[in-house]
Design a protein around this ligand. Sequence first.
Ligand SMILES: [Mg+2]
Length: 480
Amino acid sequence: MTSRDDRIEGVLLATAAGDALGAPYEFQPPRGPELDVVMAGGGPWEPGEWTDDTAMAIAIAEVAATGADLRDETAQDAIVARWRAWSRGAKDVGIQTGSVLRSATIGDVITAERARAAAEHLHRQSGRSAGNGSLMRTAPVALAYLDDEEAMAQAARSLSALTHYDPEAGDACVLWCSAIRHAVLTGELDARVGLSHLDPQTHGVWADRLDVAEASRPADFPNNGWVVSALQAALSAIATTPVFSDDPASGVFRADHLRLALDAAVRAGFDTDTVAAIAGGLLGAAHGASAVPLEWRAQLHGWPGASARDLTTMARLIARGGKPDRFDPRYPGYRVGALAAHPFDDRVLLGGIGALRDLPDGVDAVVSLCRIGDDDVRRDIPHVEVRLIDRPDSDDNPHLEFVLLEAVKAVERFRRDGRTVLVHCVEALSRTPSVGALYGARLQGVSADEALRAVQGALPSASPNPAFREALRRLMPNEF
Ligand SMILES: [Mg+2]
């Protein structure tokens, strides 16, 4: 895993995070700073539940994850069939999309060809079909063509036309996918990289729109059910939210840009979930899954019975063109049996992955710090997965201090709820003692070094890698 993998994983995850964050506020006017934006659910939505934006993106992602070329008619037939299946039980379906899916279904069968025809008919009838419904679901297309930009642009436009005939919708999808792809490949935010894929006549129009978006506030685009305003509101939220430099001792991180920009997107008002879902696709691509707050990840869920973990797994699979993962979750040959109580809090247990598989009595929450297999996921108790790689190369652990602190805050939340927490990685040599030390340092107000020595008293083999030790010292300096 490298930070590029983290950025791949971020695309669908942050789409869903924006969607679920915005869902309770849909149709409301812009929210001022005096009002909360929290992932609390509301209306038909449970806390952390994503809506049609993510659901429709997942339908595309599922087909992309088979390795299919999304430009193929059979792949598009599979996508519209999945949309149709979703729409039958869905809590919300966009007006334009719902109309197209109904018109294109004969008997119980829908085809891409009929969907395109229905979309065109709707456009000719009403004179407009540039809703934001194709842009909101376009992010997975970028993951499917990381090695072929031209094919990506064709696929983005083609999938847009399944429900949205208007070329403005296709243009928006091409632009946004291009930006997402570029961000995954480079880590850079640049909304203009896709302009070259547009018709020369529309190129200048869109360039001006991007300029306007970056110079405006998200709430300056109240008509954000229109695809152009939705893109502008999302871009405005990203561009006008400050990107901080890491200052771990003060708790300020570059990674916060993702959370703050999604907050800004929701505050645009009106189609809040869609604007934030659109923004999320690009923010996740630029900052990675590791920048998505764990508190959000733990709550995220939605159609078709999926979790945050499923979104990151699917994203990786798409980027691999459907090829299986070589990761062996059994960790053969590792000594996984370590287990000790935290020296400052005996209701925090520190262990290897063996402790996850044979859960100690009384444990009712788990924080996993290593990759685990599907069979190791606990569904009966709260279980948070943290992306940490036990290597000192900085490219392996983007946002290292932010992620360590997020892991500790997850432990702290579980403890405030009165839970007994298992914190584990594979062997409890590096990651687990690091998180244990930071937890102890914050609990007792001691330096990270002092807390680590106490943890090593309980886990004598513990020896965090140098990058983790440095990160701990930046988070909890000796002198304060
Ligand atoms: Mg929605």
